[in-house]
Design a protein around this ligand. Sequence first.
Ligand code: BYC
Length: 315
Amino acid sequence: MQVQDLEKIFQDKIDREIKIEPKDWMPEAYRKTNIRQISQHAHSEIVGMLPEGNWISRAPSLKRKAILIAKVQDEGGHGLYLYAAAETLGSSREQMIDDLHSGKAKYSSIFNYPTLTWADMGAVGWLVDGAAILNQVMLCRTSYGPYARAMVRICKEESFHQRQGFDALLVLSKGTAEQKAMCQDAINRWWWPSLMMFGPKDSESTNSDQSMKWKIKRKTNDELRQSFVDMIAEQIKLLGMTLPDPALKWNDARKHYDFGEINWDEFWQVVKGNGPCNRQRLEARRKAQKEGEWVREAALAYANKKAVVQKHVAA
Ligand code: BYC
């Protein structure tokens, strides 16, 4: 069969909402785009464990500590489902991790900001996981089967994450003047970076057009960002706090909130590796990789030994 015919069958499947599976023929660019996006998503989950892990030993109560441990562990699990989904496209785990450590692969800009106070744990849960869910609910319907199926479970866990974040902030928002101030300060610092998580404006998004045609993405960066602003602008009223944007205003004609201009220069600086914590995050990942070497070696030796024993038993 000619490549054009294969491409037609492929696009036809996508148009008819039939999932693409690992053994199906697919254009090389579709494979590459999925590997890029899924592996970057996996890296974000793993690097995302660092800013929150930072607070496990300092959580204000046993209950909050248990919740935070569970959340950070969930993020590790999400990373593993996603690496496994990317592996079905022919990329090895080692290669993906090398690309993260060499700085070749990206991960979400949001995790290059520091978590300075306990209120940041609430703000990360509410805003960062809130932004992540909006994006990820759409990805439950992405065209590549293993990615879509991984996202279903991830989304269930993320919605718990968002609620626990909101709950932590709600407690602070009803506390002492100092606690209220800490809550507002965390919201002020995390608001704009959360809006950046959705990526550049549609007019600057290099991958969106093709990814929308292939139904890897179902909504554009700007559409998702607008849904996020509309959702948070309402939820913040329950906290009695404010968002740090004087331009934020309901627009009755558009039936959406208008909001101010994002600092795109800051976004690109962070994406290029010059954010407040980029170096620290990569160093922590490289260190963990090195220190875990003996564990990987031992696990591999055990797996090989078990395979030899099983071969003997079978023979
Ligand atoms: N940070 O053409 P575009 C989570 C890059 S949540 C860094 O629009 P695309 C978690 C982009 O990669 C976060 N880089 O790209 C939550 C591209 O560069 P390359 C993870 C960014 O892919 C709580 C260039 O800019 N979620 O995990 O069509 C706790 C142009 O952009 C960012 C996901 O990864 C950014 N914010 O759309 C723990 C969801 N934005 O690759 C963990 C899956 C853009 O061409 N990913 N870039 O060199 C996606 O949905 C899409 O990849 C994006 C970007 C919407 C993020």
